[in-house]
Design a protein around this ligand. Structure first.
Ligand code: GLA
Length: 348
């Protein structure tokens, strides 16, 4: 197990953006950069004895800074959409930046994905910290956030989140990695299979904002209870699918016992890479980016259409509008402590 540090780029103010690469005993590695506390590459063993980079990303800081799609980034303060870019907490209304139509998406104008975090490397992990001041992007409270990436010898990448605020506030942290288990740039993910342990999902309106209804997946294109190819029902039309050009939905995870539990299992039948997602979060957003044609990624990769899927573990979007959704309020002095693990194996 080792962690190496290199300079990835320089911010306009002269600050260095560092890249840390954690390598385990099987040669698997995770590279994380301080800009956005971003997962830049993730090399995992494949069936032929080689390594496959299973996340989309860029080679340069300039590309990350231009990037509007949050590739691999840590998302905050509040992942996904806040309807009409405002919320009420303790009787007070807070206004946010509307960066997605009328909505606030993924934290606003300069979310956590666009900031250069502080970092410290340990044996098998990298600890990122960020202080978001009171009023940052309109959110109340001085918020201190810690995100720890750990790569274990069994090829499990853990992302652990801590946050604490000096005032009541709202928080919903996630990671926005785009996975392709055949390798980044290896074509579409439509033949890769996916199981999501969710009987229900949160219904969205035409702006991809949950309207508060929780609907059974049974009989819809969102039924992933048994593994099926991601592409099988992706073109389905109708009230549940029309808004999102494919999947951009939050699944209500079954997780009856609470704590860390298997949320999803994805597999590439060709290369044999299998990814299990474990989380203690109540939901996961499945996002199948529609078309990245023209986007060039690492090593000149052409991403094209349907090049990846995201499994953003989270609290449900628009939670402040719907008291039936799990709360994203973080009370003053309370410690948010959450973990998501992406664990990789190979299938015969
Ligand atoms: C999330 C959202 C999507 C999209 C992507 C990144 O998955 O739900 O609608 O915004 O992030 O752009």
């Amino acid at each position: 197990m080792s962690v190496t540090e290199t300079v990835f780029g320089t911010m306009p103010d002269g600050e260095s953006v560092l890249c840390y690469t954690i390598t385990n005993k099987s040669g698997a590695s995770a590279a994380v950069i301080t800009y956005g506390a971003t997962l830049q590459s993730l090399l995992v063993p494949n069936r032929s004895g080689g390594l496959t980079d299973v996340v989309l990303g860029y080679d340069t800081l300039e590309d990350y800074r231009k990037n509007k799609m949050y590739l691999g980034a840590t998302i905050g303060r509040v992942g996904n959409r806040i309807e009409k870019a405002r919320f009420t907490l303790n009787g007070k209304e807070y206004g946010l930046f509307a960066n997605d139509g009328a909505q606030c998406l993924h934290g606003g104008k300069i979310g956590f994905d666009k900031q250069n975090w502080s970092a410290k490397a340990a044996d098998d992990s990298v600890v990122f910290t960020l202080t978001s001041p009171d009023g940052d992007e309109g959110f109340p409270g001085n918020l201190t956030v810690t995100v720890i990436y750990t790569l274990a010898d069994d090829n499990a990448l853990s992302i652990r989140y801590f946050a604490v605020s000096d005032q009541d506030t709202i928080v919903n942290l996630t990671n926005h990695s785009y996975f392709n288990l055949a390798g980044q740039g290896a074509g579409t993910v439509l033949d890769q299979t996916l199981m999501i342990d969710a009987d229900r999902f949160t219904r969205i309106d035409s702006d991809i904002v949950p309207n508060g209804e929780i609907v059974p997946v049974a009989g819809t294109a969102l039924d992933f209870r048994k593994a099926k190819p991601i592409g099988r029902d992706i073109g389905a039309v109708g009230e549940y699918m029309d808004a999102a050009q494919g999947y951009d939905h939050n699944f209500v995870l079954n997780n009856k016992k609470g704590g860390l539990a298997l949320a999803a299992r994805a597999a590439d039948p060709q290369g044999g890479v299998v990814m299990e997602t474990y989380t203690d979060q109540p939901g996961v957003q499945l996002f199948t980016a529609f078309d990245f044609t023209g986007m060039r990624g690492k090593n000149g990769a052409e991403y094209g259409s349907r090049p990846s899927f995201c499994l953003e573990t989270q609290h449900f979007a628009n939670a402040m509008e719907h008291p039936n959704f799990p709360s994203i309020v973080l009370h003053a002095g309370e410690v948010l402590d959450s973990e998501t693990i992406y664990r990789f194996t190979t299938a015969k």
